[in-house]
Design a protein around this ligand. Structure first.
Ligand code: CO
Ligand code: CO
Length: 313
């Protein structure tokens, strides 16, 4: 691997990092997906927030983006695509990034996302493989967007549930990332497709530590546990739980509770490991980021997760 490669795909990190000739690190990631909400503008906002999230999770500041579009040109109006792009543009502007083009193909199934690029000082990059034992674990968004998205598809979601999930997914992790940098947090990742348990397991395994989670401290979108109890759960969430189950000590939790903890998120919050926990909590409060302290890393079998208590409704 060339010396300029600072972070590669080896550790399953959120983005690649590459040292530029001037010493700064270029942080690069790409993400795109099929529609998860009905409104095209909201879908654009969510896809952009999700793409920039991996830049933030690395401790970098977004700079520019390129659109990736697949569109059924014969079946869906181009005005609708314009709304998707307008949503993506609006969130890019919030991130302080410019959208400088992209690429579109025709496809029976619409897809949208971005290549997102940012910069960081190499020493400020926050990896997922560097969580020490004895670090507090912070989560900066509630869980349940996968379950709510499935409820939308099955037309069983309450309007307020949909609204809360949409705003959550369209919210950038910008302030959370700033707080994490200020507190010099040791490790971070964002909670996306593998769910909280999946991303935590990965972080712990590559860091060589275990963790204890307090289920009652994990924040949830309203009504998510009830939906899980009615089996309104995406296939990806069930696969996540099956994957992570061998690493879990969670005898007290019900199956729906475990499914919520493994729920595949879109544009989820940052999962941060920090030994300067009070400093991080203070920075999150000052920057107006809702957060929860959900547990801690401990010495133990790498990747092992013990969960105690019950989710609070
Ligand atoms: Co990520
Ligand atoms: Co990603």
């Amino acid at each position: 691997m060339p010396e300029a490669v600072l972070v590669s795909a080896e550790t399953g990190d959120d983005a690649a990092a590459y040292r530029l000739p001037d010493g700064r690190a270029l942080v690069a990631t790409v993400d795109f997906f099929t529609p998860i909400v009905d409104d095209p503008y909201d879908w654009g906002r969510i896809a952009a927030a999700n793409a920039f999230s991996d830049v933030y999770a690395m401790g970098a500041e977004p700079a520019l983006a390129l659109n990736i579009v697949a569109w059924p040109v014969d079946d869906l109006p181009l005005e609708m695509l314009a709304e998707v792009l307008r949503g993506g543009q609006a969130v890019a502007a919030q991130a302080g990034a410019v959208v400088l083009g992209g690429h579109t193909i025709t496809d029976p199934e619409p897809k949208y996302g971005m290549v997102a690029l940012g910069f960081a000082a190499p020493e400020e990059i926050v990896r997922n493989a560097t969580a020490p034992p004895g670090a507090a674990l912070f989560l900066t968004k509630p869980l349940g967007t996968g379950i709510v998205s499935t409820a939308i598809k099955r037309q069983v979601a309450e309007p307020e549930q949909v609204q809360a999930a949409v705003e959550l997914m369209a919210t950038l992790n910008a302030a959370a990332a700033r707080a994490m940098r200020e507190a010099r947090a040791e490790a971070a990742t964002d909670v996306t497709g593998f769910g909280l348990l999946g991303h935590l397991e990965r972080m712990l395994e590559v860091s060589g530590v275990a963790a204890r989670l307090d289920a009652g401290a994990v924040p949830l979108l309203p009504g998510v546990l009830e939906l899980a109890e009615r089996d309104v759960v995406p296939g990806g969430t069930k696969r996540n739980l099956a994957f992570v189950r061998p690493h879990l000590d969670a005898a007290s939790l019900t199956e729906p509770e475990l499914l919520v903890l493994a729920d595949a998120q879109t544009s989820g919050g940052l999962l941060v490991a920090a030994t300067r926990a009070e400093e991080l909590a203070g920075a999150l409060v000052r920057l107006g980021v809702p957060y929860a302290r959900i547990g801690e890393t401990v010495v133990g079998e790498p990747g092992r997760i013990s969960v105690a208590g019950h989710l609070s409704r």
